[in-house]
Design a protein around this ligand. Structure first.
Ligand code: FAD
Length: 432
């Protein structure tokens, strides 16, 4: 007769010890916990739109983030177990083998991720082992906002006005100093190493050399906030395109949850107390609210966020022409220097500025009029900071799909280049 209460903790895009409700609750409510990550076979497949689910930049960042998480867990007396395969099979097997009474996991909102979670939940029920879900992604908790997800405003400004002055951001969950676990086997990342296939060379012109993991995330925060005081001028610089300093570059760490939005919010408040609040310190929180909004929109819209726009050309009409135009866009060969420079940056580094992303996406949707989902799928493969809600949400927004389907979110590329790369330095950097 088992007397110990054992829980599994399924790490997904919350690869951190601090401000992690799954970890916090699992430790508080059980005698022993087993933290694990499941490298889902699905991550290594090519999707029906013809792109890899995750390209090399993202896999490298994931590998570094898992290594850091394992290191941090081991310092607390535990470790990270790596499962490879189909989540519902592997997690069922582990739960059965360990006699786990529950599995703690991050709540999902996007269709594919949700479907995986539901399959896992169904398998675990056979063991009478519930899957317990906790929100780990956003600044605002869904139970604290003054409307249900189905009543989510279709326009961001309304969402912001109804939340930012009324919703209190919950405090961060403390980082556990000790974690009681049975012995956890050493982290074996051979599969990821094989898939990354050799060193990923990141171009020396890259805006930043990303390194995965909570430690690097906090170092970046210290650098951007305190060493350079970049936060105090964020609103003026955020539309820049060259170098590490024009924006926070928090996106990749946020995407895998190496740092949480609440942790960043708390640090902004601490910074404001020391150096004063201004439009820029507020604007970083404003952008984090956009991130929340896309998270809630994904929950509301589900598969509608992945549907074709009637104003764009489906591939089936003329596949050869479609592929030729798409490939020119991907490879930075459209002949429009501002677009090409951005697309080359993405190809060689896995990153592109927000200004660049808006322009290249608008160009694909409105000028080339190609089915926007191919652009979003290429971004999914390529971006080091890929986040399902932010990527598909921003693309759907520009393509006029999903909520707020206002047509004509058109960017005049010539004007944009003149405004945001007036001296041409960004274009010269990538086109020479
Ligand atoms: C077509 C398109 C695709 C995108 N795909 C992604 C993606 O896969 N992952 C991703 O994290 N962001 C995505 N974005 C949003 C945005 O471009 C990036 O978050 C930002 O450029 C990352 O750089 P940063 O961290 O320096 O941003 P900062 O300007 O410093 O902003 C701080 C944080 O606020 C959030 N944020 C800023 N702008 C947005 C926005 N428009 N939507 C949602 N959150 C935002 C991000 O978490 C970002 O890290 C996309 C935008 C577009 C137009």
């Amino acid at each position: 007769m088992q007397t110990k209460k054992i829980a599994l903790i399924w790490f997904k895009t919350n690869l951190r010890l601090s401000d992690n409700e799954c970890l916090f609750r699992a430790i508080a409510e059980n005698d022993e916990v087993i933290p694990f990550y499941c490298l889902d076979d699905h991550l290594f497949q090519t999707t029906k739109l013809g792109f890899k689910k995750a390209g090399g930049f993202r896999l490298k960042f994931l590998k570094e983030s898992l290594q850091q998480l394992d290191t941090d867990l081991r310092k607390a007396g535990s470790g990270l177990l790596l499962l490879n395969g189909i989540p519902e099979k592997e997690i069922f097997r582990l739960a059965k083998e360990q006699g786990a009474q529950s599995v703690y996991a991050e709540k999902e909102v996007a269709p594919e991720e949700l479907s995986t979670a539901l399959k896992v939940e169904a398998e675990l029920l056979k063991l009478n082992c519930p899957l317990l879900n906790f929100e780990c992604r956003n600044l605002l908790h869904s139970s604290d906002i003054p409307f249900t997800i189905s009543q989510l405003p279709d326009v961001f400004t309304e969402f912001r006005k109804r939340t930012e002055k009324t919703v209190i951001i919950r405090p961060v969950f403390p980082k556990p100093s000790t974690i009681a676990s049975p012995p956890v086997a050493a982290l074996n990342l051979t599969l990821l190493d094989e898939l990354i296939s050799g060193d990923i060379m990141i171009d020396s012109r890259a805006a930043i050399q990303f390194k995965g993991g909570a430690e690097a995330a906090h170092q970046r925060l210290q650098h951007y906030f305190y060493q350079t005081k970049g936060l105090s001028t964020y609103k003026e610089t955020r539309n820049g395109m060259v170098g590490e300093g024009y924006s926070s570059k928090f996106s990749a760490w946020l995407a895998l949850g190496c740092i949480s939005a609440k942790e960043i919010y708390t640090e902004v408040k601490a910074y404001e107390a020391l150096y004063g609040a201004n439009d820029s310190t507020y604007w970083l929180i404003f952008e984090l609210l956009w991130r929340d909004y896309f998270g809630f929109c994904m929950e509301k819209n589900g598969v509608r966020y992945f549907s074709r726009s009637a104003t764009q050309q489906p591939k089936a009409t003329n596949p050869e022409k479609f592929d030729a135009e798409l490939n020119k866009w991907i490879n930075g060969q459209t002949g429009i220097p501002f677009i090409d420079a951005n697309m080359i940056e993405l190809k060689l580094t896995g990153f592109m500025s927000n200004r660049g992303r808006q322009n290249v996406a608008s160009y694909l949707c409105n000028d080339l009029k190609l089915d926007w989902r191919y652009g979003a799928a290429y971004f999914e493969q390529q971006l080091v900071d890929y986040d399902v809600c932010n990527n598909w949400g921003n693309w759907a927004y520009l393509a006029g799909v999903g909520n707020d389907p206002r047509a004509n979110r058109y960017f005049n590329i010539t004007k944009q280049a003149a405004n945001y790369d007036a001296d041409g330095s960004f274009q010269r950097l990538w086109l020479n």
